[in-house]
Design a protein around this ligand. Structure first.
Ligand SMILES: Cc1ncc(COP(=O)(O)O)c(C=O)c1O
Length: 444
């Protein structure tokens, strides 16, 4: 049974507790059990649960009107959110298409890239290059560019062909490459793949600046993003940053690539944008893209019934207003250092902890059977599934996943606490994780 199949079989909705209510970093089931949300669900609930200001903003909007359909109306929330997001992005990332989640945001990014080349008369530029150990979403286009073997397997044969180059992970460099050479080696591999496909055939390179579920909060080494930017520019290939999981402030800068001093041509955001209060995502694009497509097509040739949904945008405005006013991105940058320090203190010397990595409130812990050789656990041991169950039993929500080594082997756990988490709450999350890990490892 594959990792994915094992994870899906272990997930039995009829056995799950029923969610009742949440407040701050805590969420409760209908039996009154309390859970601390150490991963914001899947890196979503950046303001925690039950935020009254956000709920009131949504209710106020619903009292007026739920949604002004995009071909009939614009709205204050839509315009305010556009201005807020453009300000947070800075530079030339000023235009956006709002959608209802991460996969739709990635689909829109891919389509904007194709549309850009079409508008410039370069219809041969249709191919996408992506990376192995990446996750871009569950719709067919987003799945086609995803390098997540287990999640693709049942759909192979129906996915648009894309290139998948090496993952970029200094802890697990490509064979024969020293950790300090990973950035250079992997960027060169992108250029080689562009040349192999023929630059005239390549539309865009899509990547996660800090890889989420497929690798476990793994940032690329310094210098990688800059080199990728140069290579893309040299060959007329667009750069798409998938910041669905790592963006919206989670890594301690609003855009994850801000850390590297790089601006992509197109970028997806979702999870933290409206913090899970209502479904919302966005494909954000630069002046370069707008200047090509607007004169030819009038605007983006993508969108859905619920694009720019008014109440969802009102949720986004409320969330982003709080994130800005309370300086939560700055808090994440600062408290992220504390989170890593307590993880190192409590787990750094454990024989089953291979590496602790990430940025801000997006931290991954890779679990290994042997620290010296970095040998992963036999997938049959189902370590990440057991960890998910044990932590949950201990009242901790975290995000364990598998397949990070070669698509099948590998176990890791992501912590992505709400930005509002206090240091005492971070302590509680790490203590519960350490306890759960000791219990799981003790029984292997
Ligand atoms: C980097 C990345 N892109 C895209 C997606 C897809 O987002 P959604 O599940 O909201 O469709 C995810 C979801 O985990 C993600 O982590």
């Amino acid at each position: 049974m594959s990792n994915r199949a094992a994870a899906v079989s272990a997930w039995q909705p009829q056995k799950l507790p029923k969610v009742a209510w949440g407040k701050g970093c805590y969420i409760y089931d209908t039996d009154g059990r309390q859970y601390i949300d150490g991963s914001g669900g899947p890196a979503v609930f950046c303001l925690g649960h039950g935020n009254e200001e956000v709920n009131a903003a949504i209710a106020r909007q619903l009292d007026k009107v739920a949604h002004g359909y995009r071909y009939t109306f614009t709205s204050d929330p839509l315009e305010q959110l556009t201005a807020l997001v453009a300000e947070r992005c800075g530079g030339s990332l000023k235009r956006m298409v709002f959608v209802t989640g991460g996969s739709e945001a990635v689909e829109s990014c891919l389509k904007l890239a194709l549309q850009y080349h079409a508008a410039r008369g370069q219809m041969s530029r249709r191919r996408f290059i992506a990376r192995q150990r990446s996750w871009h979403g569950n719709t067919l286009g987003a799945l086609a560019v995803s390098g997540f073997k287990d999640r693709r397997a049942a759909f192979e044969g129906a996915l648009v062909e894309a290139s998948h180059i090496s993952p970029v992970n200094a802890y697990r460099p490509p064979a024969g490459v020293a950790p300090e050479d990973v950035a250079e080696y992997c960027a060169n591999e992108l250029e080689q793949e562009i040349l192999r496909c023929g630059p005239e055939n390549v539309a865009a390179f899509i990547f996660e600046p800090v890889v989420g579920a497929a690798a476990g909060a793994v940032p690329a080494p310094a210098g990688y993003a800059r080199k990728v930017r140069e290579i893309c520019d040299r060959h007329g290939v667009l750069m798409i940053a998938d910041e669905v999981m790592c963006g919206s402030g989670r890594t301690g800068t609003w855009r994850a690539l801000e850390h590297d001093g790089v601006e992509p041509d197109i970028m997806s955001v979702a999870k933290g944008l409206a913090a899970g209060y209502l479904p919302l995502g966005a494909a954000i694009y630069s002046d370069k893209i707008a200047n090509a497509i607007v004169p030819v097509h009038g605007g983006p040739l993508t969108g859905h019934t619920f694009s720019g949904h008014t109440a969802c945008c009102a949720a986004g405005v409320a969330v982003q207003t709080i994130v800005k006013r309370e300086r939560l991105v700055e808090k994440v940058a600062e408290d992220g250092k504390y989170l890593v320090s307590i993880l190192n203190e409590k787990l750094g010397d454990k024989p089953y902890v291979g590496d602790i990595h990430g940025r801000g409130f997006f931290i991954g812990i890779e679990l290994v059977a042997d620290r010296a050789t970095k040998e992963p656990y036999d997938p049959a041991k189902q370590v990440f599934i057991k960890l998910r169950e044990q932590s949950f039993a201990n009242g901790l929500i975290c995000y364990p996943s598998g397949g990070n080594v070669d698509g099948v082997k590998g176990d890791h756990v992501i912590l992505a606490p709400p930005y509002i988490a206090t240091r005492a709450e971070l302590d509680e999350i790490v203590d519960k994780l350490a306890k759960s890990l000791a219990q799981v490892m003790g029984k292997l």
